[in-house]
Design a protein around this ligand. Structure first.
Ligand code: MRU
Length: 348
């Protein structure tokens, strides 16, 4: 089966303006929004019009590059970098990408700041594209006989450049002729699974069944799932992994039913400076995401709401972490350090 992953990129860059596919409107409408600087890019990231750890890094990198072109100089650069980096706290890719563009601009002569920032943003974009492709290739080899998968949230072309991470593995397998069957958790409250993962996979002709998170347990108990593959927003040095809220529950259920639980993520999502999951900042979002569905109130006025956007899956529940440089396995404090290319000594 030929899979047209690149037929639905989530952003386009023409060298001057960034256009994003507004993911809040999918699957009902495919509407592109043009962004021109740091403020509108930050707003788009905050409202999840553009989302997914690698993709918000890429968008923020372009957002900063566009702002430098509009308002060159170290003052506006610092201001715009702080705004973009603070848009969402959990995905490490965001702050890292912004810092790379900021440093590249600062290292250039004043007249060359905009060009340097743009070149660095384009480099980040290309690196993430290559990482997705490599994850897809590794993952497809390693998936071997396992063909019935659960995934949570959306770690696909809409969350990265190119193929995606968890969905990259699935696409890689499908491209090699494997008949994969994907069970996509709907992923309350923003429905990334039902709206986005299912949209991507159906377009690619990959068998897709949408389930609520709570349906994964009976499926696993009944022997209908071979493997779980999810993405990540930040992987701590010990392997603890932050991903969309609900991932931890899926990992617990998978352990109970002896279904291997894997994470697929680029090296840009590994954060050796964060020792464990307890130190990963978890974004809390507006309670309205929980109390309302499409502007219709479903919970009574007066009820309190708890709406963390992410949770942390402890490393002990993770069978392996698939990256573009190979698969890390326990003990993760060693394997992740080796994959990132830093010695244990220098990372402590
Ligand atoms: O809030 P979101 O939609 O940005 O959350 C996205 C996820 O949790 C993804 O699984 C993660 O960013 C990996 S994307 C390759």
């Amino acid at each position: 089966m030929a899979v047209a992953a690149r037929a639905h990129p989530a952003l386009r860059w023409d060298g001057r303006v960034l256009a994003i596919l507004d993911q809040t409107l999918l699957p009902a409408r495919e509407h592109w929004v043009e962004l021109e600087g740091a403020a509108d890019t930050t707003a788009a990231i905050r409202r999840l019009a553009v989302r997914g750890a690698p993709l918000i890094g890429i968008a923020a990198a372009y957002g900063l590059a566009m702002e430098v072109a509009r308002r060159p100089g170290p003052g506006p650069l610092a201001e715009a970098a702080a705004l973009l980096a603070g848009a969402r706290p959990t995905a490490v890719n965001l702050g890292r990408a912004v810092e790379r563009v900021r440093a590249a601009a600062l290292a250039a002569e004043p007249a060359g700041m905009a060009a340097a920032a743009r070149a660095e943003a384009e480099r980040i974009h290309a690196e993430e594209d290559a990482a997705s492709a490599a994850i897809a290739a590794h993952g497809a080899d390693w998936l071997a006989g396992r063909r019935r998968l659960v995934t949570h949230c959306n770690a696909g072309a809409l969350a990265t450049a190119g193929y995606g991470t968890a969905l990259g593995v699935i696409r890689g397998a499908a491209e090699r002729g494997k008949r994969v069957a994907v069970f996509a958790d709907e992923t309350r409250p923003f429905l990334q699974g039902a709206r986005l993962t299912a949209w991507e996979l159906v377009r690619d002709g990959i068998e897709t069944t949408v389930i609520t998170e709570s349906m994964a347990a009976p499926l696993m108990r009944d022997g209908r799932i071979d493997i779980v593959v999810v993405g990540a927003d930040r992987i701590a040095a010990n392997g603890d992994t932050a991903n969309k809220v609900g991932t931890y529950t899926v990992a617990l259920v998978a352990r109970e039913h002896r279904v291997p639980f894997y994470v697929a993520a680029p090296v840009s999502t590994i954060d050796l400076d964060t020792p464990d999951g307890g130190r990963i900042p978890i974004e809390e979002r507006d309670g309205r995401e929980v109390t309302h569905v499409k502007n219709i109130r479903i919970a009574p006025e007066g009820a309190k709401v708890y709406n963390p956007a992410f949770d942390v899956t402890p490393h002990a529940l993770i069978a392996g972490i698939i990256t573009e440089r190979g698969i890390a396995r326990a003990p993760y404090s060693e394997s992740l350090a080796a994959i990132v290319g830093r010695s244990l000594a220098s990372s402590t």
